[in-house]
Design a protein around this ligand. Structure first.
Ligand SMILES: [Fe+2]
Ligand SMILES: [Fe+2]
Length: 266
């Protein structure tokens, strides 16, 4: 059988319009060897949550799977459409929630399973991600060996430890999200699992993790409640990784970071 390499493009948390438009422009001339596009969308609608309009817009840009995190519930209308949003998943370890914690998607090189989970260190109280992930990995393995986890968490060690742990279960990639800060520690654990502690964010370049500097500064200096606004300077950053996986074995072969500044077109 011919060797099949499946190449995944994964965008860090898309923050507001700057992030959406930067991703739109990036995907408009993405390299032709990309087989599957994933993006974390928990901040895509004005920094908090995801409207149905923006869900449809991001689908049209060519995002095949949208992962999320703790902010996915911030726009209340999510509850009206998440059960029908085929491309969107939410973290698997909410004790009770609408939507799905994983999905199996078609690519030109066969199927891929994508799981979304929340970490627990320095985060609100969630169920352990361990058992739900183990259970889903065993289930999806009957359909595909290509398995990707978006692990949405604060603490580096928690993300890294779970990546090494899940390498034993044949997971192809564990990509960290949530901090919006890209780390330079991409690697492959045990010849199996591609990993980065945090892929970063896609959003305004002249910002504090996507949000307006003045509103962030006011909160940092006073520690009083502050209304965070999305920044809009006209330039944006794209933080992403590409991961190449052997579609037959599910083993990751390569992970590369993308960190570029762009000027936004309206
Ligand atoms: Fe985020
Ligand atoms: Fe988050």
């Amino acid at each position: 059988m011919q060797e099949q390499k499946l190449k995944i493009l994964f965008f860090g948390d898309i923050v507001g319009k700057a992030g959406r438009y930067a991703v739109r422009d990036f995907l408009a001339d993405k390299s032709s060897d990309i087989d599957f596009v994933v993006a974390n969308v928990e901040n895509a609608s004005h920094g908090f949550g995801l409207t149905e309009k923006n869900y449809n817009e991001l689908s049209e840009y060519g995002i095949d799977c949208m992962t999320s995190g703790n902010h996915i519930w911030d726009k209340k209308e999510i509850l009206n459409y998440i059960d029908d949003a085929e491309r969107l998943i939410r973290p698997i370890n909410y004790p009770e929630a609408q939507g799905r914690g994983y999905g199996i998607f078609e690519t030109p090189k066969g199927k891929i399973a994508v799981i979304n989970a929340l970490g627990r260190n320095f985060m609100p109280v969630f169920d352990s991600p361990r058992y739900p992930i183990e259970k889903v990995v065993e289930t999806v393995k009957q359909e595909t060996k290509v398995i990707l986890i978006d692990f949405h968490a604060e603490a580096s060690a928690e993300k890294m430890c779970y990546a090494k742990y899940f390498s034993q279960f044949g997971v192809s990639a564990l990509i960290g999200t949530h901090t919006h800060v890209q780390t330079a520690d991409e690697r492959i654990f045990d010849g199996q699992t591609a990993y980065i502690t945090d892929v970063g964010y896609c959003g305004d370049y002249e910002s504090i993790i996507g949000m307006d500097y003045e509103s962030s500064l006011s909160h940092i200096l006073t520690m009083l409640p502050s209304r965070f606004e999305v920044a809009n300077s006209g330039s944006a950053v794209i933080n992403a990784v590409t991961v190449t996986v052997d579609a037959e074995t599910g083993k990751a072969e390569e992970i590369n970071r993308i960190n570029i500044k762009t000027v936004l077109q309206e």
